[in-house]
Design a binder for this molecule. Structure first.
Ligand SMILES: Cc1ncc(COP(=O)(O)O)c(C=O)c1O
Length: 412
């Protein structure tokens, strides 16, 4: 059912037409432009239904069977279902599905394993580390002593020798692997080996890749990391939120790090929506989806490279890619503005070397819409045409409308 015609949308239009208009405007924006932001996707109507359900009314501090509030017997079943499905999907002994976001999940992982002032080795922010990996503007940079590793200048690949050297020199309490923009698979076994050599915990922040892991299109960090933290949105296509996976021996510490240490009442509507998304992610259709996402990203990367953009690492193994538009004579921020005017929505991001910004793109949303390799080749050509100034904004906008019209995110 298209969102615009859902009964809830009718209720909202009658009661609060102003806000209903905003929702429909955003639906129109999402449906008529190309969502190339690597962290975004289109959730299913079933996920949206769980999110908008009366479970939002329920207060449920604590965990199933041990709540601080009465009347939790039904929502307990929803949370147990979400936990069981997450454990089965990722092969984990324990899952905590209460984190309100990816950042809250990382905070809980640190709270479970570290003390303020501890040294942590993570990817440096200029190379693709997340804010929670030591930014001075974030709790992580304020409360912990972060040491950043980077990528090799030539290849753009993680410099594992540098990771090992820094680990030996700085003896971190934890090593973090995971990134907002690294397009290649991560060698979890090597990270585990380095962490073991210095007696450190290994935390995998799989926010970006966990959906690919669910679909068998990226390696699973669960067998290697002490704690895996992740988002449930992005490629995984669930509601906005976080989760943690770990072995049985850390289960209690992780649970206590989420509630009561860093969060209060669980959002039961979101947890129900996570259960729906995990159910969807366990289907053969999702496996096919995850592989199509990576196939599409490879075609998009190759297309952009053929058009003259500099694609970091020369391609991608995942849903995302980073490209420097400088060879076309445009800087990242200007490029993002031009592309937005043409109906192509994406982010800028730090490039591994130098101060200029590049572009980060992903294929999760377009693939959910049903687009495949031919459409990716077309997007790459249009993209470069706009950046070179060969295709004017209006013509590009029309082509985008034609494309999105054939692949509506919420078909009738
Ligand atoms: C690697 C990584 N960690 C953590 C997060 C934080 O997720 P959230 O925005 O839900 O807090 C993100 C989000 O982009 C991410 O990419």
């Amino acid at each position: 059912m298209p969102v615009a015609t859902m009964p809830e949308a009718d209720v909202l239009s009658r009661q609060d037409p102003e806000l209903a208009g905003i929702l429909l405007g955003e639906l129109d924006r999402q449906s008529t432009t190309l969502q190339l932001i690597a962290a975004e996707n289109f959730t299913s109507p079933a996920v949206l239904a769980a999110l908008g359900s009366p479970l939002t009314n329920k207060y449920a501090e604590g965990y199933p069977g041990a709540r601080h509030h009465g009347g939790c017997e039904i929502v307990d079943v929803a949370e147990r279902l979400a936990v069981d499905r997450a454990k089965a999907l990722f092969g984990a002994d324990h899952a905590n599905v209460q984190s309100h976001s990816g950042s809250s999940a990382v905070l809980a992982a640190y709270a479970a394993l570290l003390r303020p002032g501890d040294t942590v080795l993570a990817m440096g922010l200029p190379f693709g580390g997340h804010l929670t990996h030591g930014s001075p503007a974030n709790f992580s940079g304020r409360w912990f002593d972060f040491v950043g590793y980077g990528v090799e200048a030539e290849s753009g690949l993680i410099d594992y020798e540098q990771v090992r050297t820094l680990a030996r020199a700085r003896r971190p309490k934890a090593v973090v692997c995971g990134s907002i923009s690294y397009p290649r698979h991560i060698d979890h076994a090597l990270f585990r080996e380095i962490a073991d050599e210095v007696g450190a915990y290994l935390i995998a922040d799989a926010a970006h890749t966990v959906g690919l892991v669910a679909g068998g299109a990226a390696p699973n960090p669960v067998p290697y990391a002490d704690i895996v933290c992740a988002t449930t949105h992005k490629v995984l296509r669930g509601p906005r939120g976080g989760m943690l996976l770990c072995g049985g021996e850390l289960a209690e510490r992780v649970d206590r790090a989420v509630f009561p240490f860093t969060q209060g009442g669980a959002q039961m509507n979101t947890i129900a929506a996570k259960a729906v998304a995990f159910g969807e992610a366990a289907t053969p259709a999702f496996t096919a989806y995850a592989h199509q996402v990576t196939a599409n990203a490879r075609v998009l990367a190759a297309g952009l490279e053929a058009e003259g953009l500099a694609v970091t690492t020369g391609g991608t193994d995942t849903h995302l890619l980073v490209a420097d538009p400088a060879p076309l004579g445009v800087e990242g921020r200007t490029a993002r503005g031009r592309l937005a005017a043409a109906g192509m929505v994406l982010d800028t991001c730090a490039l591994p070397h130098g101060d200029i910004r590049g572009l980060r793109l992903g294929t999760a949303a377009l693939t959910t819409q049903g687009m495949g390799e031919p459409e990716m080749a077309r997007v790459a050509a249009l993209f470069a045409g706009v950046l070179r100034g060969e295709v004017d904004g209006r013509t590009a906008r029309e082509e985008v409308r034609e494309l999105t019209g054939r692949f509506p995110p919420y078909p009738d």
